[in-house]
Design a protein around this ligand. Sequence first.
Ligand code: SF4
Length: 499
Amino acid sequence: MFIKENADKRAWIHQRIRRSEIDKYLINGKSFLDETEIQKALNAGADPDPQYIRAILDKSLMIENLSLTETAALLHVTDLSLISEMRETALKIKKKVYDNRVVTFAPLYLGNFCVNNCLYCGFKEDNCDARRKVLNDRDIRDEIRTLAGKVGHKRLIVVYGEHPRNDIDYIIESIRTIYDVKVKVRKGEGNIRRVNVNAPPFAIADLEKLRDVGIGTYQVFQETYHKQSYARVHPANTIKGDYLWRLYAMHRAFEAGIDDVGLGVLFGLYDWRFEIMALVKHSLELERVFGIGPHTVSFPRLEPALNVEMKDFKQYRVSDEDFKRIILVLRLAIPHTGMIITARETADMRKQSLSLGVTQMDASTKIGVGAYQENITDQDARRQQFLLGDPRTLDQLIREFCEQGMITSFCTAGYRCGRTGKCIMELLRKGEEGKFCKLNAILTFQEWLDDFGSEETQAIARPVLEKEISEVREKYPKMYPKFRQYYERIRNGERDLYI
Ligand code: SF4
């Protein structure tokens, strides 16, 4: 039995990578990620002229992507007053593109079996102390009943290891199950309306299946773009050891018709300046080939995990100051892109990141497989990929946003009404997405408050929402009557209305 399972697994691994689906994108046999080009740009950017930096900031403020040379120049700024100008611009960009909205979500780990052996990960195959589990239909329904019925999440990022037990058919079925669960709550019905997917790189045929089930964003993080460092932490005899298969995951996604993708780096594996440049290059490459950049970027920092030797990763540890610079430069370099900071970071760091340009956060987060239904309160390292830094609930996080004058958007209209890909990028660049997003944010936030908000949070949210509503009346007078009608319907218990 064991021998057969192992043979099946080996056969499954063997057919994962389709060489032809890498080669077709290479130019003269080479990838778009040219380390010499990045290094050259980093060297050329040293000691930038303040006038040049101000011209770059003006370009960012026009919601235009920066070049590698321009990004490098921002990385080299040391003058404190210039850094403060960069921060002001980052905040203006965020306001222009995303107004004062924050999007929230929860991660949901569906399985932690994995055939890979990434040195930094608690789920690696050789970690015999990890407690492995794949959620079955009943488990998934229980997890969603907590997330959508008790906490009030509308968006998830579902996470899967790379393993035949979590293959594409399992992934598709699990997403269908997630969308299927509806829970009666205070005034309406709780359900998950947008499933973003963090999964291994797939072949085009599998990505087409993923497209058809109706997902939000498809995320694949490169972890590190630096080839030598990549090879150091991803053993060559594993699927993940194939750098190019991962690097071209998003090219294949676009080709399969998934036009909403998320990039990311696991900071701490190599020099963070190089990684930012490479992330920007990846974004520019997607724009060049497909006319659309990433919808989101993520920038997790390496965290301790079960049976991971952290001393092996000391050399490229990212300090808090450098981490803030990462967020700032990314906000300026790819200004239309959503930026995600997760509960890996502490509450204080997450609070600071908002003023640097972050737009999305998770809350009430549990990253053990099956941890929501079991209401595990401690962090059981045997079931987690890493350890968390911010245990706050969604209600607490939302209250803090309100105290800073921000509202939480639970809007999931985008992929359901066709505002994805090129369409959403254009709206974001023109700063016009707000027309829809502001309205839908208010509607969905009121819905959440009525169904899940504590009395304390409702009281703090009230004046913030009133201010938003009066802005809608002034800024969008033509849309106001329809919006007002929808708002009243929401208050009367109707759900999932969007404009
Ligand atoms: S990082 Fe992902 S691919 Fe690597 S061992 Fe962990 S779960 Fe598997």
